[in-house]
Write a protein that binds this ligand. Structure first.
Ligand SMILES: Nc1nc2c(ncn2[C@@H]2O[C@H](COP(=O)(O)OP(=O)(O)OP(=O)(O)O)[C@@H](O)[C@H]2O)c(=O)[nH]1
Ligand SMILES: [Mg+2]
Length: 282
């Protein structure tokens, strides 16, 4: 439908303008990237909009990623000059670590104000990221610590909701979100594997084959732990026929490999096939 084609860019543009306005209100952005695909999950437009702000890169869902690779990715971002940490957003010590690191970024601002004899102000931050990287989870966790102090500071910006996380850190309660465009097929594939875009936009078999071959090459142990009957010599098709048979996915007496692929991709996305990073540092 032509309306749909027109709707999407308009929607993107509007979101972008909205974020540009909000960015002016903050000192710092907390950029959430999926630890399993740190490059593919960065939105370049969002990155550019926020380029001159203090930045804390948080590699989220680190509990689902290959820990060794995550460390390498953290080093990679550090080498590019970003403050970076990785986090499982469901772990309170990791939330604590995010708070500590944001406050650290704010120290220079505090010192500057103090040296001018002024009252130190909290660093004001905003969370940015593509869909599904954990923005709402993080906001809720940060807000819950001080839910009583969620405040509404009126000003020329109408009523931006600010969450007081600590005396040194306040958070804009609405995150900046932009979809990645799907021009780069490899990137779209990675985003589909981790759940940031709908998998249906790509053919299941193609996604499954790419994912399976990748996991087989780099994480064969994970495969064997989940599907003990798989062997390294199994081709993609043989493997999914085996999985379908073992799980009882049959259609008219034949192995329903399509169903096996769907289930495989879901399990892979949810970490049931072990910790997997889909992008590697060279
Ligand atoms: N395992 C794991 N799951 C996480 C983590 N962070 C978030 N999730 C899960 O990922 C899913 C998406 O999280 P949200 O917080 O809704 O992501 P979002 O960025 O707000 O997504 P949109 O609102 O679609 O832009 C939820 O099911 C979360 O529970 C994490 O660190 N580890
Ligand atoms: Mg959300």
């Amino acid at each position: 439908m032509s309306t749909q084609i027109h709707w999407f860019p308009g929607h993107m543009k509007k979101a972008q303008i909205e974020i540009e306005k909000k960015v002016k209100l903050v000192d710092c952005v907390i950029e959430l990237l999926d630890a399993r695909i740190p490059l593919a999950s960065r939105n370049e437009t969002l990155y550019k909009i926020t380029q001159n702000k203090l930045r804390l890169v948080v590699l989220t869902k680190s509990d689902l990623a290959d820990p060794e690779m995550t460390k390498k990715w953290a080093n990679y971002f550090e080498s590019k000059g970003s403050a970076v940490i990785f986090a499982d957003l469901n772990k309170s010590s990791d939330i604590q670590n995010i708070i500590k690191n944001v406050e650290k970024l704010g120290e220079a601002k505090q010192q500057k104000l103090i040296s001018k004899g002024m009252k130190p102000q909290p660093i004001r931050a905003m969370i940015i990221g593509i869909p599904n990287v954990g923005k709402s989870t993080l906001i809720n966790k940060l807000a819950k610590r001080h839910s009583a102090s969620v405040q509404n500071k009126p000003g020329h910006t109408k009523s931006q909701q600010l969450i007081k996380v600590s005396n040194r850190f306040e958070l804009l309660d609405t995150p900046g979100i932009l979809q990645n465009s799907y021009e780069d097929k490899k990137q779209a594939m990675l985003l589909a594997l981790t759940g940031s875009i709908k998998r249906e936009i790509l053919p299941t078999e193609e996604v499954a084959e790419t994912a399976f071959n990748y996991v087989k090459e780099f994480y064969f142990k994970n495969l064997q732990e989940r599907f003990a009957y798989l062997e390294e010599k199994d081709s993609f098709i043989d493997a999914f026929a085996k999985i379908a048979r073992s799980r009882g996915y049959l259609s008219k007496g034949l192995e329903d490999t399509g169903k096996a692929m769907e289930v495989f991709l879901n399990e892979l996305k949810n970490g049931q096939i072990g910790r997997v990073s889909f992008e590697r540092v060279d």
